[in-house]
Design a binder for this molecule. Structure first.
Ligand code: NAP
Ligand code: ZN
Ligand code: ZN
Length: 355
C-alpha cells in the first residue's frame, strides 16, 4: 500500500507531496505510525545536495517518534501501542567490531551490508527494486527492532523527537571528552544541536559558555543553562576567554573561523566538531601547536548510547524547546533555519500529512 510522504525530487526543487511504499514487517521488524518528526539541518544539507552525495527523490527526516502499530513474530522489546523512536540509522552489518561494540554508525561493512542511514541509504528490503531508504517526513516507517529505541513515558513525545539526532549528537561528544563538574565547556551555535548541548553540559555539571552570533538569543542561552553567553562576532568578548576552556563543542552549519575557538582552549584541551558546513574550513597549524591542542569530530552515536541518552533525558527531564509546524510549512522552515531563526527545533506534527 502506498503511503503519504514529503520529498525533495531534486536538489533545486522545494519539498512536496510524494508517495512511497514501506515493506510488510519481517519477523524482526517494528512498524511505527509516525506522530512527530524533528527537522535537522542535515535534512536541509541533504535535500539541497550540499554534501554532494544525495540520492533523489529523497524523503528526509531522522528524528522519528511514533506509536507501534505492528510487530514481527520475533520482536521481543516492543508491542502494539508502545511509543517508539528511530534516529539516523536503520540497519548495519551487526557483526563487525564497530557493530559489536555498539558503534553501529561506524559499521565496517560496505554498501547494503554497512551502516544504512534512515534516508538515502541502500535499502536491501525495499519493496521497490534497487530502492533507497526513506525518512520520517512520512506516515509510517518499518525498521528492524535493533534500531528502534524506547522513549521514557514522562517525556513529551513532540519535545523528545529531536533527541534522536540533535540529542545523541551532542550527548556523545560531551560524555566522551568530559563535560562535567570542574570543567569549562563551550557550545558554539544556539540551534537545534547547540541548545541541547547547553542543556546536557549544564546537566552534567560543567561551567557552560554559549557562543552565539545572534544577540537576540542571549537571554535564551541563560535560560537554557549557560552560565555565560559570548557574542562570537565581538573580538573583545572572545579575547577574555583566551586559553581557558577544557572542551568546546562546535555545532555550526556554515563557514566560520574555527581558529577563533581553538585559541580559547587550554593546553591539551579539545575542540569537538559536529557541525558539517559543506565547504572545508581552514585551520592554522599554529592554532593546534601553540599550545598543544586537540581537534576531533563526532558522528551521532551508536544504539546503546542513544538509549542511554534517552533514559538520561527521562531521569533528568531534558527535552527540546520546539516550534511545531505542519508538513506543508517545511520549505519555509528550511529558509528560517538558514537565517538561524529556529527556537530551537522545528518539529513536524505528522497529523498534518495524514489529514
Ligand atoms: P541549526 O539548528 O540550523 O543550528 C546551527 C546554528 O549555527 C545556528 O542556529 C547559528 O547559531 C549557528 N550559525 C549558523 N550560521 C552561522 C555562521 N555563518 N557563523 C556562525 N554561526 C552560525 O542546525 P543543527 O540542526 O543544529 O545542525 C548543525 C550542524 O550539525 C549542521 O551542519 C548539521 O548537518 C550537523 N549535524 C551533524 C551531526 C553529526 O553527527 N556530526 C548530526 C546532526 C547534525 P547562532 O544563531 O547561535 O549563532
Ligand atoms: Zn540530524
Ligand atoms: Zn558492522
Amino acid at each position: 500500500m502506498p503511503i503519504k510522504a514529503f520529498a525533495a525530487r531534486s536538489a533545486t526543487s522545494p519539498l512536496g507531496p510524494f508517495s512511497i511504499e514501506r515493506r510488510e514487517p519481517l519477523p524482526r521488524d517494528v512498524e511505527i505510525d509516525i506522530l512527530y518528526c524533528g527537522v535537522c539541518h542535515s535534512d536541509l544539507h541533504s535535500a539541497r545536495n550540499e554534501w554532494g552525495f544525495s540520492v533523489f527523490p529523497m524523503v528526509p527526516g531522522h528524528e522519528i517518534l511514533g506509536r507501534v502499530t505492528r510487530v514481527g513474530k520475533d520482536v521481543t522489546r516492543f508491542k502494539v501501542g508502545d511509543l517508539a523512536a528511530v534516529g539516523c540509522l536503520v540497519d548495519s552489518c551487526r557483526t563487525c567490531s564497530s557493530c559489536k561494540g555498539g558503534l553501529e554508525q561506524f559499521c565496517l561493512g560496505t554498501g547494503a551490508d554497512g551502516a544504512i542511514f534512515t534516508y538515502g541509504g541502500l535499502d536491501k528490503h525495499s519493496p521497490v527494486p534497487g530502492g533507497t531508504t526513506h525518512g520520517g517526513y512520512s506516515e509510517r516507517i518499518v525498521c528492524t527492532e535493533h534500531f528502534v529505541l524506547k522513549v521514557p513515558a514522562n517525556l513529551d513525545p513532540a519535545r523528545a523527537a529531536p533527541l534522536l539526532c540533535a540529542g545523541i549528537t551532542t550527548y556523545s561528544p560531551l560524555r566522551r571528552w568530559g563535560a562535567g563538574k570542574g570543567r569549562k565547556v563551550g557550545i558554539v551555535g544556539l540551534g537545534g544541536l547547540g541548545h541541547l548541548g547547553v542543556k546536557f553540559a549544564h546537566a552534567f555539571g560543567a561551567h557552560v559558555v554559549l557562543f552565539t552570533t545572534s544577540e537576540s538569543k542571549v537571554a535564551d542561552g541563560t535560560r537554557l543553562g549557560a552560565d555565560e553567553v559570548v557574542i562570537s562576532k565581538d573580538a573583545s568578548q572572545m579575547a577574555r576567554h583566551a586559553s581557558s576552556f577544557d572542551l568546546i563543542l562546535d555545532t555550526v552549519s556554515a563557514d566560520h573561523d574555527m581558529n577563533a575557538y581553538l585559541a580559547l582552549l587550554k593546553l591539551d584541551a579539545t575542540l569537538a566538531v559536529v557541525g558539517v558546513p559543506s565547504n572545508p574550513q581552514a585551520i592554522s597549524m599554529f592554532s593546534l601547536i601553540m599550545p598543544r591542542r586537540t581537534l576531533v569530530g563526532s558522528l551521532i552515536g551508536g544504539l546503546p548510547e542513544t538509549q542511554e541518552m534517552l533514559d538520561f533525558c527521562g531521569t533528568h527531564g531534558v527535552m527540546c524547546d520546539i516550534e511545531m509546524i505542519r508538513m506543508q510549512q517545511i520549505n519555509e522552515a528550511y529558509e528560517r533555519m538558514l537565517r538561524s531563526d529556529v527556537k530551537y527545533r522545528f518539529v513536524i506534527d505528522m497529523a498534518s500529512l495524514k489529514g
